[in-house]
Design a protein around this ligand. Structure first.
Ligand SMILES: Nc1ncnc2c1ncn2[C@@H]1O[C@H](COP(=O)(O)OP(=O)(O)O)[C@@H](O)[C@H]1O
Ligand SMILES: [Mg+2]
Length: 260
């Protein structure tokens, strides 16, 4: 493809700032006073036991949930005040991929453009030539150009997640929020997906926030590790400085050295 549209990095150096974010359910805080930021090109892993508040935090980052206190800024703009298309500056990747199984990989990626076309066009799935080229470019970026016309449900798990990442890229996001993106994948596919996400941060300048269950993945792929425990941010260090003491502080000393 010689005429491929370029995916330019967004201009701001700080992709996301969360300051004092608190969210309560029935009076009980699921996350409390969480502050951290993500720079352009940075891959930040979020670690923490089940129930620590990772998904709640991510839903606040994407604007799906409004915090009870604090704010999330994407490229300097409060996400809670942003409506419609501008929300597309944050793209989400899920554990279960969330593709439309009977659509092709290409149509799934084009769905990432829906926020960018007039609704009638989205409904008729009549995308412009530029949108189609962008979608193909995104599939190419994740190594799936040859699968463009294959139904999503005939792709392997790793391929489905890479297709979901292509869909996220088609939004031209400032930030990609990935909630346990490799929890349903085998080790080889997991490594492929994490390497891809890290490469996207590096080369496209997108900020990436990614929750992970396995600490070794975070240490191998992330630039920084943020730790959540009982809804509070207890760790924010460069990945190389996440040591056994940091592990114990997050999961408890008895959690087992084998997981480190
Ligand atoms: N919609 C909700 N209503 C009530 N409680 C919730 C809701 N969503 C999450 N919680 C609670 O918030 C806490 C954090 O959950 P969650 O963000 O899913 O954690 P994690 O993703 O780290 O496992 C848990 O105690 C959970 O039960
Ligand atoms: Mg979760």
């Amino acid at each position: 493809m010689n005429q491929q549209p370029h995916i330019p990095p967004a201009p701001l150096a700080v992709r996301m700032t969360a300051s004092g974010v608190t969210k309560r359910f029935d009076g009980r805080a699921a996350i409390e006073d969480v502050s951290f930021s993500v720079d352009a090109g940075e891959f930040v892993a979020v670690l923490g036991p089940s129930g620590a508040g990772k998904t709640t935090l991510f839903r606040c980052l994407t604007g799906l949930l409004a915090p009870d206190a604090g704010a999330v800024r994407i490229g300097g703009v409060d996400i809670a005040a942003v409506k419609g298309r501008a929300r597309r500056r944050v793209a989400v990747v899920f554990q279960q991929f969330n593709l439309v199984s009977r659509l092709t990989a290409l149509d799934n990626v084009l769905a990432g453009r829906l926020g960018h076309v007039p609704a009638w066009r989205g409904l008729l799935r009549r995308f412009s030539r530029a949108d189609r080229l962008l979608a193909l470019e995104c599939l190419d970026r994740v190594g799936l150009l040859d699968k463009a016309l294959q139904r999503a449900d005939t792709l392997s798990g790793g391929q489905q997640q890479r297709c979901a990442i292509a869909r996220a890229l088609a939004q031209r996001p400032d930030l990609i929020v990935a909630d346990e993106p490799v929890a349903s994948l085998d080790p080889a596919a997991s490594a492929g997906v994490l390497e891809l996400l890290r490469g996207i941060a590096r080369s496209e300048g997108v900020g990436i926030v990614c929750s992970l269950h396995q600490v070794p993945y975070a240490r191998a792929y992330a630039d920084r590790i943020v730790g959540l425990s009982h809804g509070r941010l207890v760790t924010d260090v460069p990945a190389a400085r996440f040591d056994e003491a940091a592990f114990a502080a997050l999961y408890g000393a008895e959690a087992g050295a084998g997981k480190f």
